[in-house]
Design a protein around this ligand. Sequence first.
Ligand code: FEC
Length: 313
Amino acid sequence: MSNKIGVLVMSYGTPESLDQVEAYYTHIRRGHPPTEEQLKELKDRYEAIVGGVFPLRANTDNQVEALQETLNRLSGDSGYEFVCYQGLKHAAPFIEDGVDKIAQDGIKEAIGIVLAPHYSVMSVGGYIKRAETKSSEAGISMKFIRSYHTHPKLIEAFANRVSSKLELFKEAGAERDTVKVLFSAHSLPAKILEMGDPYRDQLLETSREVARKAGVSNWQFTWQSAGRTSDPWLGPDILDTLHDLSKEQVEDVLVAPVGFVSDHLEVLYDLDIEAKTVAKELDMRLERIDSLNTDPLYMETLSEMILETVKNN
Ligand code: FEC
């Protein structure tokens, strides 16, 4: 007998074309349209990465497909069939659309998971709140996975990427221990710390575990991609960190953006273009680890979290 379980796979979302950027940006700003200048600046960043293509779209599609395949393979003869549905935070299909589809397919039991490993009330918490509201309206019993930042396979996947990039520095003549490994993640308004939010501590835990697994002692954590608002954001920002490292005569830097799991604007622009430009001005070599995208170890991390949640209920 097949017992279907819906999996709502939630991700940030991205526009499909340049003419959708304004609506997308307005949604991120909770209904407040950007100024002409802000809109132009964002469109310019999308144009700079790959000529106005939106890589997060295909990457999320591929992750959802690979997760469904991995999950059904690993669930073996459990009697469950997992069906994955996409739900995006800021673009269609929205989180609510994903829940609607689960309901239309007559599925009554579901699990929600976010393609971001660390919990903050302002990030994953927001996804979960929307999915919870919609699923209770639709009569679906939905359980959520809030974080998976120390799952051994996630740590292994990141550590493999750190080790292989450190090899490239070695081949270019650098001593492994002189390369500064910078773990990074999206900044959030600093007020989250007063709220006892686990985001920063979870990111530090992931960084520590990845460093240990990859045998790296020369590392530090830094923030990136802070919003352009007047509130204080968590720092130091990566661009300031690069200036500080340059004063300490650091020449080689490997960035490991462990707060992200896909290639998208915050990686391809903020790191590969902006941070690389600053590093070049400072005469430093900056490389970045490859993004996880559909790495089998990442797909197994998500699948194991989901299977465990089903087993424990
Ligand atoms: O490639 C793409 O099209 C999308 C890339 C993208 C990802 C992403 C992930 C996170 N964000 C997080 C927090 C915030 C907060 C604000 C904010 C604003 C933006 C803007 C763009 C953008 N974010 Fe994002 N984020 C991505 C893209 N983000 C574009 C608007 C312009 C700008 O500020 O650069 C500020 C909102 C406000 O004004 O109130 C806060 C967090 C993550 C990582 C977790 C996750 O994936 O959900 C946290 C990918």
